[in-house]
Design a protein around this ligand. Structure first.
Ligand SMILES: [Zn+2]
Length: 189
């Protein structure tokens, strides 16, 4: 092993901690699900199986998470481990789109959820603590804000009035529910 600086040791510890939390959480969930699935089995099989597989899962998740984070933290330029960290994060708003979604409820009322979807260009900058090499990563992200849910009661045909007003007539301007959760694209290096 190469000697690690204080920063690198601290970074490795932080990555280990995050990976450990993931491993424990996922392992515990798998273990509990197994306890439930194996409900009809004898105690030894049930608890033993859940324990062994839960722990194996926890270990696998820990390793996967740790390796992935360690890879991100490794400098491509000088090859130092646990040296690269995010030094800047810039978000630029590029579009705000009003959206809505309507759902008919079991009692025939209509639930309308509306929100503003903000789309951002994101530029992350990573800097190596050893050689000061700077890399950037550009991607897009979307976030919802001002979410509002209104329920319009079901209006039976009573005298033929107020029917149109209640059903929020601007439904046609809905943009066909375009799936705009844009993926990450291209890493600039
Ligand atoms: Zn470096």
């Amino acid at each position: 092993m190469v000697d690690l600086s204080q920063d690198q040791v601290a970074k490795r510890a932080a990555i280990q901690k995050t990976a450990l939390i993931w491993g424990v959480v996922v392992g515990a969930i798998v273990g509990l699900v197994l306890l439930w699935i194996l409900g009809g089995q004898g105690g030894a099989v049930r608890f033993g199986g859940a324990l062994v597989i839960g722990m194996a899962t926890a270990f696998a998740v820990f390793r996967a998470s740790f390796n992935s984070a360690a890879k991100t933290a490794k400098c491509d330029s000088c090859g130092a481990a646990f040296s690269r960290s995010r030094s800047d994060h810039v978000e630029t708003l590029i579009a705000s789109t009003p959206k809505d979604e309507r759902k008919e409820q079991p009692d025939k009322s209509t639930q309308v959820t509306s929100w503003i979807e903000d789309k951002f260009d994101v530029l992350d900058t990573y800097t190596c603590a050893k050689c000061s090499n700077v890399t950037t990563k550009a991607y897009q992200t979307t976030r919802r804000r001002d979410e509002e849910t209104v329920t319009f009661p079901y209006e039976s045909a009573k005298g033929g009035q107020s029917q149109k007003g209640a059903s929020a007539g601007d439904g046609k301007s809905d943009e066909g529910k375009t799936d705009s959760t844009s993926g990450r694209k291209g890493s600039g290096r």
